[in-house]
Design a protein around this ligand. Structure first.
Ligand code: FAQ
Length: 305
């Protein structure tokens, strides 16, 4: 039996592929791309919320937000480690992200303008992330699947704290309710874009589904998110910014309007509202942290000697 046959059999039998196992080069490359982008998203994703750490409205909210942002750093490091099991160097993929040669999630290129945005990020952005990541707990590459299990538990806390923060605003003054509706209006469509292009425009989906890296198509997961979330918006007494949204009794699903794909393509091409600002912040942090990395390496070499 050839190595390729053994690999195909393991995929068919749902036996996880591990770091030491033979795998096709393209499978390895796809995983480095997806896990690397996922790691970058966690790290860049700290910036929009980090922006509000010093302006959280109470000590309780600040402590929760601090814990959430720290969790995201942990997820990023965990995912970089998973990517490294595939033979890439963390510095290399990180540099590619800083050079704009590797993507991170489009959602983090939108600004956080008011406190309600922080609640809405927890609720909608982490909510969308969970729908995608729960599916990835059964991805075919063992180290990625195991990372997802731990990460999903933490994302679930993130989503609940976000919804709770939104609930408080929804029960507050007219001004607070308006602030919440405004945040929903700005983040609804970008949250739907997190699931990627429609299946017929998704160049990677067919092969990733065949390899069971992805377990569902982009559209199916997006639909799942809409079905989960619309009742939550209604529960808060808010509205979804989509005139085409309607519940189809026959299918049991919500039908929704067309995503602005031109906006999506602009954002992933590096021309969104905050792309430059986000990369500039990460480059600055990387350059200013050079002495820490040097000191850590010098210390480590002395400890070995
Ligand atoms: N943004 O052929 P497909 C989080 C790219 S959650 C940017 O469909 P694929 C938690 C795609 O990479 C967010 N780029 O690609 C958190 C490909 O480009 P390439 C991170 C996007 O891989 C919450 C091209 O378009 N989650 O961080 C996007 O099969 C709050 C064609 O697309 C993950 O990364 C997009 N939205 O499916 C943190 C989950 N969509 O590489 C802080 C893991 C597509 O060929 C605060 N990733 N592209 O140049 C995945 O599940 C998949 O990679 C998809 C895309 C579904 C995102």
């Amino acid at each position: 039996m050839t190595e390729q046959h053994r690999f195909d059999e393991r995929i068919a039998q749902e036996i996880a592929i591990e770091a030491q196992d033979w795998m096709p080069d393209e499978y390895r490359k796809t995983l480095i791309r997806q896990i690397g982008q996922h790691a970058h998203s966690e790290i860049v994703g700290m910036l929009p919320e980090g922006n509000w750490l010093t302006r959280a409205p109470s000590l309780k909210r600040k402590a929760i937000l601090l814990a959430k942002v720290q969790d995201e750093a942990g997820h990023g490091l965990y995912l970089y480690s998973a990517a490294e099991t595939l033979g890439c160097a963390r510095e290399d993929i990180y540099q590619k992200m800083l050079d704009g040669k590797m993507k991170y999630s489009s959602i983090f290129n939108y600004p956080t303008l008011n406190w309600a945005d922080i609640g809405v990020i927890g609720w909608l952005v982490d909510g969308a992330a969970i729908v995608n990541q729960v599916a990835l707990c059964r991805t075919s590459y063992g180290p990625y699947a195991r990372a997802m299990v731990k990460i999903c538990k933490e994302e679930s806390f993130h989503q609940r704290q976000g919804f709770e923060a939104c609930m408080v605003l929804a029960q507050g003054s007219d001004e607070q309710r308006q602030m919440l509706q405004d945040a929903i209006n700005r983040f609804w469509w970008p949250a739907l874009m997190m699931f990627g292009p429609n299946d017929d425009n998704s160049p990677n989906s067919a092969q990733s589904l065949a390899w069971k890296i992805k377990r569902f198509g982009n559209d199916e997961l997006r639909q799942r998110f809409v079905d989960n979330t619309v009742p939550q918006v209604e529960m808060l007494g808010m509205t979804v910014p989509d005139n085409d949204l309607r519940f189809n009794e026959a299918t049991g699903h919500y039908e929704f309007g067309e995503i602005d794909w031109e906006e999506f393509n602009e954002v992933i091409a590096g021309r969104g509202l905050c792309n430059e600002e986000r990369l500039a912040a990460k480059r600055k942090a990387w350059e200013e942290g050079a002495w820490v990395r040097e000191a850590a390496l010098a210390y480590a070499s002395k400890s070995i000697a």
